[in-house]
Design a binder for this molecule. Structure first.
Ligand code: DHK
Length: 166
């Protein structure tokens, strides 16, 4: 495939053109990253996560819509926006909505583009109530326990899934 650059659309495996934008959505309390239980979530802030996503995405000619909300409906609206705009993929850390939100799952099911689920902590090493994810049912891959580096892994894994070349 010739020159995927920031200004170009990506060609999917089946030949369809799609946007070179990926959405990175963050759920409740992630606005407090850096000060919230730093022994678990680390000292990096959400602004640091955003910068990491943008610099990683740039390597693959992808641009990032980076959002955070404490409100389930806002996250659903952004998933629908990603669908309407033909986003190339979507990365989501649903945080506390992971284990509760059938509505977010239903919204994710409407996307044709790949969905990657990210958790900063290893949820499988934590309380049992954190270990059942509705979102995983719609996710092509799940990353947990790498700290904020998991977002960079998610961006590069997503780039490879959608054949965006470095
Ligand atoms: C973040 C949260 O806010 C929790 O509700 C999840 C997740 C874990 C994380 O590890 O990023 O249980």
């Amino acid at each position: 495939m010739a020159g995927v650059g920031p200004a170009d659309a990506i060609e999917s495996r089946c030949g369809a053109r799609m946007s070179n934008t990926i959405f990175v959505l963050n759920g409740p309390n992630l606005n407090l990253l850096g000060t919230r239980e730093p022994e678990l979530y680390g000292r990096a802030t959400l602004a640091d996560v955003e910068k990491l996503c943008r610099t990683t995405a740039q390597r693959f000619g992808l641009t990032v819509e980076f959002r955070q909300s404490n409100h389930e409906g806002a996250i659903i609206d952004w998933i629908q926006q990603a669908r309407a705009e033909g986003a190339a993929g979507l990365i989501i850390n649903p945080a506390g909505f992971t284990t509760t939100s059938i509505a977010i799952l239903d919204a994710l099911y409407t996307l044709e583009a790949p969905v990657i689920e990210v958790h900063i902590t290893n949820i499988h090493k934590r309380e049992s109530f954190r270990q059942h994810s509705y979102v995983s049912l719609a996710a092509r891959a799940v990353i947990a326990g790498f700290g904020i580096e998991g977002y960079a892994l998610a961006v590069s894994g997503l780039a490879s899934m959608i054949s965006a070349k470095e």
